[in-house]
Design a binder for this molecule. Structure first.
Ligand code: SAM
Ligand code: SF4
Length: 328
């Protein structure tokens, strides 16, 4: 079986495809506050181009595809893309803000999607509105219950930002008492235009301290390429995990490739280099060597831009896109 291997011998079998940089929410840590111009349609990969590129990745060892964005479900042909990708025989999944997911339940099931990552940073309606700049809390919360009633396995992504929502960590844990969900607390990461600084970071250790004071927790088994550190909570139906990108990165087992909505490979979330597959595809070039070369050159950690000494990071000096334009 062919594999996409980098210079550090990491095999890449997990592709994250951004369907759009557009979104119906405006999460402050993701989308720059100043006027953000969404990509014009002709710059986006079209449905057939997405399927063609995804097929090539699958032929070269990709076993899992995650659709993301922006918000993947604001794209008009999202259902048709999901249907086509469902035929590739890979583990297909999605990260979504869940505002529109009630419109896609059947399409997801038909494409074989049975687990989803849902983003929800607050359990309080007003705080949700402050964080996302939109009044969609009830819709999201209802849709999570709807998905659970349909038997979907859910992970809830919570970006923890100091002074914003760290006081809700225990409320999220309480939610797992009777609900079989996994809460994934994500350390706040620096991207273009999100005004990151290390004072806003709540670290993995700080989170464990907060949770450990109230609950009996124990490390749970991680899968080989997990980005999150998993924990069980005594007598809870659900569990939690922490994505410790900033304070304890997990680059040595990374198997991820990102394809932006405009068809560029980012071999790391923090890479400043990109490889333009879409232009090459449209001009009939052989694109496999471009993919192989991009993966091979992947940096050892964090796009070669910083280290886990996060207090020293000057976010202004990092070269990257905003998260909404990358595809998380
Ligand atoms: N719109 C979808 C959603 O919100 O789930 C998918 C795209 S979103 C960019 C993917 C994930 O990235 C979300 O869970 C979001 O919380 C996370 N994310 C965005 N900006 C981030 C940041 N600065 N630090 C950490 N996680 C971030
Ligand atoms: Fe939209 Fe997701 Fe970014 Fe929020 S995190 S602005 S929902 S893409």
């Amino acid at each position: 079986m062919k594999m996409l291997i980098d210079q550090y011998n990491r095999a890449h079998d997990y592709l994250r495809i951004s369907l759009t940089d557009n979104c119906n929410l405006r999460c402050f840590y993701c989308m720059p506050e100043e006027d953000y111009a969404f990509m014009p349609n002709q710059r986006l990969m079209q449905k057939d181009e997405i399927v063609q590129l995804a097929t090539l990745f699958v032929q070269n060892g990709v076993k899992k595809i995650r659709l993301t964005g922006g918000e993947p479900l604001v794209r008009k042909d999202a259902a048709a893309i999901i249907e086509e990708l469902g035929k590739l025989g890979v583990n297909l999944t999605m990260t979504t803000n869940a505002t529109r997911i009630h419109l896609f339940i059947n399409e997801l099931k038909e494409a074989g999607i049975n687990s989803l990552n849902i983003s929800l940073d607050s359990l309080q309606k007003e705080k949700f509105q402050l964080l996302t700049r939109r009044d969609q809390f009830n819709q999201v919360r209802n849709n999570i219950d709807l998905l659970l009633s349909h038997g979907f396995k859910l992970k809830i992504n919570v970006v923890v930002v100091k002074g914003m929502n760290e006081h809700e960590i225990l409320d999220f844990i309480a939610w797992t008492k009777d609900t079989p969900i996994q809460i994934r607390f994500i350390e706040f990461m620096p991207f273009d235009g999100n005004k990151w600084n290390s004072d806003k970071l709540v670290t993995f250790h700080e989170m464990l301290e907060i949770i450990g004071k109230e609950y009996t927790i124990a490390p749970a088994r991680n899968e080989p390429n997990d980005t999150s550190k998993q924990f069980s909570i005594a007598n809870h139906a659900g569990s939690f995990a922490v994505i410790s990108t900033m304070s304890a990165p997990f680059c040595n087992t990374c198997n991820r490739i990102r394809l932006t909505a405009d068809g560029k490979i980012k071999n790391c979330l923090f890479s400043s280099e990109e490889t333009d597959l879409l232009t090459a595809l449209r001009s009939g070039e052989n694109i496999l060597p471009l993919i192989e070369d991009s993966i091979f050159k992947k940096h050892k950690e964090l796009g070669g831009q910083f280290s886990n000494d996060f207090e020293k990071i000057n976010a202004e000096l990092l070269h990257n896109r905003s998260m909404i334009a990358i595809g998380g």
